[in-house]
Ligand binder design. Sequence first.
Ligand code: DAH
Length: 340
Amino acid sequence: MNQIEDIQKEFQIDKEKLDYADIKEKYLGKQGLLTIALQEIRNIPDEQRAEYGKKVNDLKNEILETQNVEQQKTYSNKERIDPTAPFDINTKGEKRNRISLISKGAVHPITKEVETLVEIFKGMGFDVLESRQIDDDYHMFESVNFPKGHPARDMYDTFLTEDGYVLPAHTSTMQNRALKLFGPPPIAVVLPGRCFRNEATDAGHEHTFHQIEGVYVDKDISLGNMLATIKTYLEAYLEKELEVKVQPAYFPFTEPDCEFVISCPFCDKAGCKTCGYSGWIEIMGCGMIHPNVLREGGIDPDIYTGFAWGFGVDRLTMIKKGIKDIRHLRDSNLNFLEQF
Ligand code: DAH
């Protein structure tokens, strides 16, 4: 009987200090103080057994009651619940570690990679301007040399609003703004942003993804400057020396138009799954900015030349981190996100 009273006293102290999960473990768990006390009942003399049983039960109810008290405190005090939260972050108990991780917040892997890349570009002297997530036909097409009815518009199938706005299919929408805003040359700017395409999604395609566009304009800029610049930042990002080459492509906004290809950073050209056993990976479109694009941006193409590129951050992240399905980067699965 004294033992129950001792447990009762200890509980009065603990309930001020511990939260419910710990209390439950200490008193009602497998080796809990009250659990053991209950097992003791068979050793209690007959005439005291009923009283003993009642005391144990009362204490048990009191302990269970602390859960309600704690919940009420949580809901009414500082820890407000967030009814819009997608996970059970408002509950307590076994998932506490994960909950505190979520409620503290964490940076999404793509945001982290954009930040890492932007830091590399800043170190190379580039300005930064974020792209728009809703834009217009002029910036999406006309300003980058796709006149109305141009067949290459079909390569950029995206979403339109009823009043004629466009969800940008690439960050090249920002080239004209960059030329006007940062001109006259020298201009060195990167334009990170979110892009959208009307895609049937699969492991390699998403309707929403991220690009970083680059624009560099000055006197006497050549394709050689472009190759060296792109090689330099890719080596900094992938932390690896790379062999690079370009192959022909087509974009209305560059002349010549190139596809930038790097030696596979995983197998050094020996051939592996990531590079499809070819030893090389096509990584982005790039080229010398078309004179029409420079002119439209208020820059005289007889005086200045420049280069531009646009690469997919999701794709680059997948290569760097060995992620096999691009859709993981959008589906908010904590088991996936917690790895980064
Ligand atoms: N906007 C192109 C795309 O998304 C990529 C690109 C190619 C951007 C060449 C450029 C460039 O700036 O010069 O397919």
